[in-house]
Design a protein around this ligand. Structure first.
Ligand code: GLN
Length: 242
């Protein structure tokens, strides 16, 4: 980061913004401004080059065909891989998460190479689509309260030896492998199946990204009363018997 100014890059809103993903960009922007940072946000359409000088990159969820197009264009562009080798932070959701892995199954039923930024491989689930509320405990070193979210995916994601699960589900499917893992991370690259504006429901993940960008262990506190109330409500809803 330079001059107290955070460069936030939202990748391909024209292809991967099916689930209110703009909310994630808005939350990172707001949490950064609340801490006195200037934010320069760049929304990169899929016909534009991905800038390599960003601090935090967001990539959202999408349907199967736009997901393939996004993977093709990101591979051809190479900017996101260069940004990560420069130390950039990436937060990805659902289709974006699958694209960051080694491969996934595309809309034509074929193996589509991903960007290899996460040590995961996604296959097509044979069981029913994973749809519904998720309640998950974050991986211990990340030290955040339980996460709540909503998932909607057919893909199933297998973690390779170097990827850590982002969280473990108490409720919901997460990666869909039956081992209870949800999402993954490798160093500064994160993926989750909790889609839509997951950062609006879990703004402390946005703070985690900011801490990594600023290279600090703590941020000035924000007023999180509304978020705590929403989290309690969603935990109650997810754990109540139907
Ligand atoms: N098309 C992918 C799947 O179904 C991702 C869906 C999504 O982004 N919600 O697995």
């Amino acid at each position: 980061m330079s001059d107290n100014s955070l460069r936030l890059v939202w990748i391909y809103p024209d292809l991967l913004s099916t689930y209110g993903d703009q909310g994630n960009a808005l939350v990172v922007e707001r949490r950064a401004r609340q801490r006195g940072l200037d934010v320069a946000r760049v929304d990169v359409r899929s016909d534009q080059p991905v800038p390599t000088s960003g601090d935090i990159y967001l990539i959202g969820g999408g349907e199967d065909r736009p997901q393939r197009l996004a993977a093709e264009r990101l591979r051809r562009d190479g900017g996101l891989n260069r940004a990560v080798s420069n130390g950039a932070i990436v937060f990805s959701v659902c289709a974006g998460y699958q694209i960051l892995g080694h491969e996934f199954i595309n809309d034509l039923g074929e193996k589509e190479p991903g960007l290899g930024l996460l040590d995961v491989v996604s296959t097509r689930g044979e069981a029913a689509r994973c749809v519904g509320d998720v309640l998950a405990d974050i991986d211990a070193p990340l030290r955040l309260p339980p996460l709540t979210g909503f998932e909607n995916h057919q893909g199933v994601t297998h973690l390779g030896p170097t990827a850590r699960p982002l969280a473990r589900v108490r409720f919901g499917n997460g990666n869909g492998t039956g081992d209870g893992t949800e999402g993954a991370y490798n160093d500064t690259v994160f993926g989750t199946y909790m889609h839509g504006p997951v950062l609006a429901r879990n703004p402390l993940i946005a703070d985690l990204l900011l801490k990594l960008a600023l290279d600090v262990n703590a941020l000035p506190p924000a007023d999180d009363r509304w978020y705590e109330a929403l989290r309690e409500e969603r935990i109650a809803a997810a754990t109540q018997p139907a």
